[in-house]
Ligand binder design. Structure first.
Ligand SMILES: NC(=O)c1ccc[n+]([C@@H]2O[C@H](COP(=O)([O-])OP(=O)(O)OC[C@H]3O[C@@H](n4cnc5c(N)ncnc54)[C@H](OP(=O)(O)O)[C@@H]3O)[C@@H](O)[C@H]2O)c1
Length: 331
């Protein structure tokens, strides 16, 4: 299988290379691309990969192309690749809500893949974590509404986001003046910033809209009420979410706990708490603090945490490829 990774020098692209290596996919040729050529800026196991500038011509000869780059790059290269039959797994938001394009999280809706599908957007990282946590509840008791407040890590804004947090932390520790923030709307070190992406006319941010729209699509509940408040926090990696939900049918904490215990991709913490530092590096979504909000059997709350570079992006992307190969839809 000939595989290309576009965006290989970035936070998600370098993680895709790592996950491909960890999961030992049978790759006969692997190539790394970015906006320009770089020396030694990508690794596959012990091997340094030459990083080339992406171009239509350079991407022509691959069976599978992962995109972890910019919205522009996906928009420019994906249509021709799909037209010639390559499998494209794209972390940008360009195609996620397009009619007829599946938005796959294997543990949630892997059965939505059809043999003719070639384009697989990877959903928003916050929405992947949320849907993996909500699927067992949807299956056990249905869902009427979901409200979520997110606590999103700095690396969710890529390498530049993580660097900005680290520079701010370093300056604060040394008592120096902090660099002006350019990735986040306010300095993130020792702070929380209740804005992820720009706001629309309704007052919601782009990130909040993505979480709502993509959650409805992945859970296959087009009428589901979803509302989100997305907040950036001074955490390096792994997004956390406080989720408040109403089920369609009466249920109980015990019944939902039983559903979580057998849910793929979920680690359920019946007691205690779980934090992003503990979850960094994990491919599972961790669910804790499941509790009833009232005694009507329909209103509940939980806390969930997922490594957004792995399950929220790279691992989910590679799992899509594994799913396609298991179904015989990819080489
Ligand atoms: N960070 C996350 O947690 C996360 C989670 C889910 C989805 N995503 C999505 O994944 C994608 C990558 O995000 P990231 O956080 O990894 O960003 P990042 O750390 O800023 O890396 C961006 C990568 O894309 C490359 N690139 C930029 N413009 C390009 C172009 N025109 N052609 C080819 N390559 C180009 C960059 O190459 P150079 O080094 O040459 O600039 C770099 O390798 C974005 O669509 C993002 O929304 C990110």
């Amino acid at each position: 299988m000939k595989v290309a990774v576009v965006g290989a020098t970035g936070a998600v692209g370098s993680m895709i290379l790592r996950v491909l290596e960890e999961r030992r996919l049978p790759i006969s040729r692997l190539a790394a691309f970015a906006s320009r050529s770089h020396n030694g800026a990508a690794r596959f196991g012990d091997r340094e990969l030459a990083v080339q500038a992406a171009s239509e011509d350079a991407l022509r000869d691959f069976d599978v192309v992962f995109f972890a780059s910019s919205e522009d790059a996906s928009e420019k290269y994906v249509p021709a690749l799909v037209a010639r039959g390559a499998v494209v797994i794209d972390n940008s938001s360009n195609f996620r809500l397009r009619e007829g394009v599946p938005l796959i999280v294997p543990e949630v809706n892997g059965d939505a893949v059809r043999p003719e599908h070639r384009l697989f957007p990877v959903a928003n990282c916050t929405a992947i974590v949320l849907c993996t946590a909500l699927r067992p509840i949807r299956d056990a008791a249905g869902l009427n509404s979901v409200r979520v407040a997110t606590y999103q890590a700095a690396s969710g804004a890529g390498r530049a986001g993580l660097d900005e947090l680290l520079a701010g932390e370093r300056a604060a520790a040394l008592g120096e003046s902090e660099p002006e923030p350019s990735v986040f709307g306010r300095p993130l070190a020792h702070n929380v910033v209740p804005q992820v992406g720009s706001f629309d006319a309704s007052g919601y941010s782009i990130e909040e809209r993505k979480v709502c729209d993509e959650t409805r699509k992945m859970l296959d509940l087009p009428e589901l009420f979803v509302s989100a408040t997305a907040v950036r926090v001074p955490v390096r990696t792994a997004h956390s979410e406080a989720v408040f939900f109403e089920t369609a049918r009466p249920t109980s904490v015990a019944r939902m706990a039983a559903a979580f215990a057998s849910a793929p991709g979920v680690v359920f913490h019946a007691e205690g708490i779980v934090t992003p530092r503990e979850v960094e590096g994990s491919d599972d979504v961790h669910v804790a603090r499941l509790r009833a909000e009232s005694d009507d059997g329909r209103h509940f709350a939980l806390w969930c945490v997922g490594d957004q570079l792995r399950k929220g992006a790279a691992t989910n992307a590679v799992q899509i490829l594994e799913l396609l190969r298991a179904k015989g839809y990819a080489p």
